[in-house]
Design a protein around this ligand. Structure first.
Ligand code: KG4
Ligand code: ZN
Length: 338
């Protein structure tokens, strides 16, 4: 294998279009364009997302090469998100990547988006602590997923538990909507919580099997709580917004980390990572550090630009496959579920 492998990576699974160039695990460029056409609809509108990806993918790829200072001829492989995600959005990225791979006669590598969120921890960047080794535990928390994995190697992992209903990000977003906040609600709840008292209101924890999660009960509890409180006091939400946000955030973080703590005790594994969009949450990050201290384990969390959807993580996951010669046939299809 060459000592310097250049991979051009493309991500278009949801509402961010992104292109990146990596030299092995070093990020030479990582351009992300976040779609804001969805904000006024209170959630991602799939058809609008596909159209936006289609409009932006060409110039994003051009810019990522330019910023990396790498010519298309020097690219050794094209990596692209195969799924999971919105099918129409994935197809835009996959078809673009396939055409490019054919045009420059290079192999294509189909990447699982959720695996990429985890393998992003191996990106070679001075801001990322380089001490992570297999096996480790991974908590993957995004708008569509909440899973706890045991990763044994770059190609071998098992799911210890997952959400039985809503994902953690979905819980943040749906509860934010109940509070009248715009989409995506997660970052808004995070921001409002900074000035709130998390002990002011208490919400129930789900009763589920070890390592599993459930958030739909919390959403319903918040809905009934708000209906009850606003019956005689229409201004209840606006007067208590910070405290409600902080109490909800604390509950979600406690639910997530209590399962991680159980998994640490059960497996005896000393290293763990948190990834996906919700790992940007400031309380989750600070409580994770406390849990690591308490359990004498080591937690790894990424700089914010690598927590939400980005193509650099797709390139990192692809590098592991490149090393193993795991290329994809041009006939592979985008998949909403993987
Ligand atoms: O991984 P991601 O960017 O996209 C998916 O693959 O879903 O995750 C997006 C999710 C959204 O639900 C968003 O509300 C949530 O991550 N999120 C946050 C924060 N930043 C993003 N949730 C809580 N606190 C945050 N700071
Ligand atoms: Zn994601």
């Amino acid at each position: 294998m060459k000592d310097k492998v250049h991979i051009l990576a493309i991500e278009s699974s949801c509402d961010d279009t992104s292109a990146a160039v990596l030299e092995n695990l070093k990020v030479k460029s990582n351009i992300i364009s976040s779609q804001n056409v969805h904000q006024k609809y209170g959630g991602v509108v799939p058809e609008l997302a596909s159209r936006d990806h289609e409009k932006n993918i060409g110039w994003l790829v051009d810019l990522s090469l330019k910023e990396a200072g790498i010519d298309l001829k020097e690219i050794d492989a094209i990596a692209v998100t195969q799924g999971p995600g919105l099918l129409g959005s994935l197809i835009v990225g996959v078809n673009f990547a396939k055409s490019l791979a054919m045009a420059i006669e290079r192999p294509i590598i189909a990447v699982n988006h959720m695996e990429a969120h985890v393998l992003a921890h191996f990106i070679d960047d001075p801001r990322i602590h380089q001490g992570l080794r297999f096996p480790f535990l991974a908590l993957t928390v995004s708008g569509g997923h909440t899973q706890l994995y045991l990763w044994e190697s770059d190609v071998q992992y098992t799911i210890l538990g997952q959400t039985l209903d809503d994902a953690a990000g979905e819980a943040f977003d749906k509860i934010a909507k109940l509070l009248g906040l715009p989409y995506p609600g997660g970052p808004m709840i995070d921001r409002l919580s900074q000035k709130g008292n998390a002990g002011k209101f208490s919400f129930p924890h789900p009763k589920v099997e070890d390592f599993h999660f459930s958030f739909s009960g919390l959403k319903t509890a918040v809905l009934y709580f708000l209906q009850d409180k606003t019956k005689d006091d229409p201004d209840f939400i606006s007067r208590n917004l910070h405290d409600i946000a902080a109490s909800v955030q604390k509950t979600i973080v406690d639910i997530l980390l209590s399962e991680v703590e159980k998994a640490i005790a059960h497996t005896g594994i000393r290293q763990w990572v948190i990834c996906g969009g919700v790992s940007a949450n400031s309380l989750l990050r600070s409580e994770a550090l406390l849990l690591a201290q308490k359990t004498k384990t080591e937690v790894f969390m990424l700089p914010l630009e690598y927590t939400t959807d980005n193509a650099a993580m797709i390139g990192a996951a692809a590098w592991f496959k490149y090393k193993r010669g795991l290329f994809s046939p041009l006939s592979f299809a985008a998949k909403a579920r993987l």
